[in-house]
Design a protein around this ligand. Structure first.
Ligand SMILES: NC(=O)c1ccc[n+]([C@@H]2O[C@H](COP(=O)([O-])OP(=O)(O)OC[C@H]3O[C@@H](n4cnc5c(N)ncnc54)[C@H](O)[C@@H]3O)[C@@H](O)[C@H]2O)c1
Length: 271
């Protein structure tokens, strides 16, 4: 018996990293999965792009757990495609219960006043407007099921703690906090809970393979890596640590938790 038996969970940015960890973890809890990702390059992030093969690997890992996985290459900025995917998900599985808005890019560039407009716009479009579009496409399916449900946005400690050189990322993640709170109020009458999970540093492509080093080249004062974490020896977390929190947030064990910011950061936000 899994905590999500018979349920369907949608995950954005699911080709790799935390999104894949969420897909596999929620499948292990019994959910069928709708996994989507842009699987291609954007202009400004430090991170190399995910590939369609990465997304196929996520689907294979879900299917290895004897769960179904509908996987599609879809851009969180494209509302028409998102809406079509939401329709396809309901046609395939008959319901949507949980939505994990996880996709993201991380750009560390220049001081706020030196940043190219296109770089600002790309981060805001992907992170903030893209999160709004993903919920716009999928939340109506959860509401229509009339069984309650859960939405989790992946935010960041940078929703609270500023990072020089990452103004668009910080502003977008901070905006996601209020998107979450407004939605929590709006969806309460439908018994749909809405929260954010706020990771510290996580060992994914976003922070591995030299991206931290490249960010320091752009902006040497940009990172105070883990210096303020309360727990010693756990500065960079495995993706499974965030998936554990997401699995709890979408389960009935969190049935009275809504409108909350849940840090998974070794206590970074205590500093
Ligand atoms: N890694 C960290 O240290 C860290 C810390 C705090 C928050 N986060 C957040 O965690 C989330 C997951 O990131 P990750 O660490 O797994 O990094 P990642 O780069 O491995 O995964 C992000 C995924 O999002 C996808 N994506 C990007 N833009 C998209 C779009 N427009 N439409 C659909 N998919 C898109 C990428 O292709 C990629 O597969 C992000 O929201 C990120 O901001 C990460």
């Amino acid at each position: 018996m899994g905590r999500l038996d018979g349920k369907v969970a949608v995950i954005s940015g699911a080709a790799r990293g935390q999104g894949r960890a969420h897909a596999v973890r929620l499948a292990a809890e019994g959910a069928d999965i709708v996994a989507f990702d842009i699987c291609s390059n954007l202009a400004y992030p430090l991170t190399p792009p995910a590939s369609p093969e990465d997304l196929k690997e996520t689907a294979a890992q879900v299917e290895a757990l004897d769960r179904r996985c509908l996987s599609r290459v879809t851009d969180a900025r494209d509302l028409t495609s998102l809406t079509a995917l939401a329709d396809e998900a309901v046609a395939e599985f008959g319901r949507v219960d949980a939505l994990v808005v996880n996709h993201g890019i991380w750009t560390v560039d220049r001081n706020s006043w030196e940043l190219p407009e296109e770089s600002w716009q790309e981060s805001i479009d992907v992170l903030l407007t893209g999160s709004w579009k993903v919920q716009k496409a999928f939340v109506p399916k959860i509401v229509a099921g009339a069984r309650g449900g859960a939405v989790v946005f992946t935010s960041s400690v940078n929703a609270v703690v500023p990072q020089p050189g990452a103004v668009a990322y910080c502003a977008a993640k901070s905006g996601i906090q209020m998107l979450m709170k407004v939605l929590a109020r709006e969806l309460g009458p439908h018994d749909i809970r809405v929260n954010t999970v706020n990771p510290g540093s996580v060992s994914t492509a976003m922070h591995e393979g030299g991206t931290i080093e490249r960010s320091l080249e752009y902006f040497p004062r940009g990172l105070d890596r883990g210096a303020r974490a309360a727990l010693e020896g756990s500065q960079t977390l495995p993706p499974s640590a965030i998936a554990d929190a997401v699995a709890w947030l979408v389960s009935d064990e969190a049935r009275y938790v809504t409108g909350a910011l849940i840090p998974v950061d070794s206590g970074f936000l205590t500093g």
